[in-house]
Design a protein around this ligand. Structure first.
Ligand SMILES: Cc1ncc(COP(=O)(O)O)c(C=O)c1O
Length: 393
């Protein structure tokens, strides 16, 4: 019998825990499940964006397009990065249009990571960050981002994790699953550390527009940082366009040249009619207002969770106010159960679906991720059920 590629075994070992099958089985048996597990906006894509795509299709934009993306979209992205992050990118050489943020991350890592290189990734973080690094034969070193420090690594944890083989730091702020992000001074310190040790920073900022306090600073916006920063962004979360599969990588020209080869040889290009709609979404002033109103809706739900948390004053479900994204990383360690056990019981006993914190790394053990990209009613009912259940354990 032929042997399978061992890198998939590496991924299996670090496998993310998924309760999807269990949720589907329960739903099929007629159980009502409050789904607070999926990180997908509950808003529809704005109809004007869909119309732009439809018109482009009718106009014949249904063939192959340029592999780095249409110039129109690359210009729109450069405009957006200047407008929102205050960073200047050359649409001709420093931007690659990708199949969502996940593909931007993939091409970024393909471009700078050599097999055997060490990659520093905070723990907890979105599983794809470490899975992809492992698939590319990188050696992942997790940097603890403890709840007690607001889910941001203590700075000396970076120093401790550094080895002579370290090549890349992966950041994701605002974070999935914690919603945390550091201040500008911290990012400056991290960029200085990267410069001193000749490291790339891959910064996944797909939640960059979802914040509830001061706007987070892009890692690329730190003085002198652009030359070593690979910026991953996407329209998925900020424009409620997850199914459109469009995002981008903004990085130094030499990186984009590499990433383009990686992209060309895997996806050819992003569908031109999708790119047309994406360019419209990024630049149309009315659509920017829509993104602000979605943020306000998430902010209201976030307030709702915080109000309920204050009312309950539970010492079994500890709520750290999230600063951004649409998640809460609930600290349920006082229950002394594993994350998987907690989520399985919540599902079976009270029909609420969350993601086990351990899916995001060792530091997530005892936690569960709650997503507020669901209706106000589901967020409220779901959170009440979680706390009432926890109090009975
Ligand atoms: C941190 C993070 N990065 C990237 C992605 C991928 O998003 P996209 O739909 O743009 O591929 C996700 C999706 O959940 C995410 O949470």
């Amino acid at each position: 019998m032929q042997t399978l590629n061992t890198q998939f075994e590496l991924i299996r070992q670090s496998a993310t825990v998924s309760l999807t099958d269990r949720i589907l089985a329960l739903k099929a048996s007629g159980r009502q499940i409050i789904g607070l597990q999926v990180g997908d906006p509950d808003f529809g894509t704005h109809p004007a964006i869909a119309e732009a795509a439809l018109k482009a299709m009718q106009d014949g934009q249904t063939h192959y397009g340029p592999s780095n993306g249409t110039l129109e979209l690359r210009k729109a992205i450069a405009h957006k990065l200047q407008r929102d992050e205050g960073v200047t990118y050359d649409p001709a050489s420093e931007i690659l249009v990708t199949n969502g943020g996940i593909h931007a991350y993939y091409t970024a890592m393909q471009s700078v990571l050599n097999p055997g290189d060490d990659v520093l990734i905070p723990d907890p973080s979105w599983a794809t960050h470490s899975n992809m690094a492992t698939m590319l034969r990188g050696n992942v070193i997790r940097v603890p981002a403890p709840a007690e420090n607001g889910f941001i690594p203590h700075f000396d944890s970076w120093l401790k994790a550094l080895t002579p083989k370290t090549r890349v730091i992966v950041l994701n702020y605002p974070s999935n699953p914690t919603g945390a992000y550091p201040n500008r001074e911290y990012l400056q310190q991290l960029q200085d550390f990267a410069a001193k040790n000749n490291l790339w920073i891959v910064s996944d900022e797909v939640y960059g527009s979802l914040y509830y306090g001061e706007k987070p600073t892009s890692a690329a916006a730190i003085a002198g940082a652009k030359e070593r920063t690979l910026l991953v962004q996407s329209l998925s979360k900020s424009y409620a366009m997850t199914g459109w599969r469009v995002g981008f990588l903004a990085a130094p020209a030499q990186v984009i040249a590499n990433a383009l080869k990686a992209s060309q040889n895997s996806i050819t290009c992003v569908a031109p009619f999708i790119q047309k709609a994406a360019a419209f979404a990024l630049t149309d002033p009315a659509i920017q207002d829509v993104t602000v109103s979605m943020r306000s809706a998430y902010a209201k739900r976030r307030e709702l969770v915080l109000r309920l948390a204050r009312e309950f004053e539970s010492d079994k479900v500890i709520v750290t106010p999230s600063q951004g994204a649409f998640y809460f990383f609930l600290d349920m360690r006082p229950l002394k159960m594993s994350s998987v056990e907690i989520c399985e019981k919540l599902l079976d006993d009270v029909g609420v679906a969350l993601v086990p914190g351990s899916a995001f790394g060792e530091q997530g053990e005892g936690f569960a991720r709650l997503c507020i990209a669901a209706s106000d009613a589901d967020v409220e009912a779901g959170f009440r059920k979680i706390v009432e259940w926890a109090e009975k354990q």
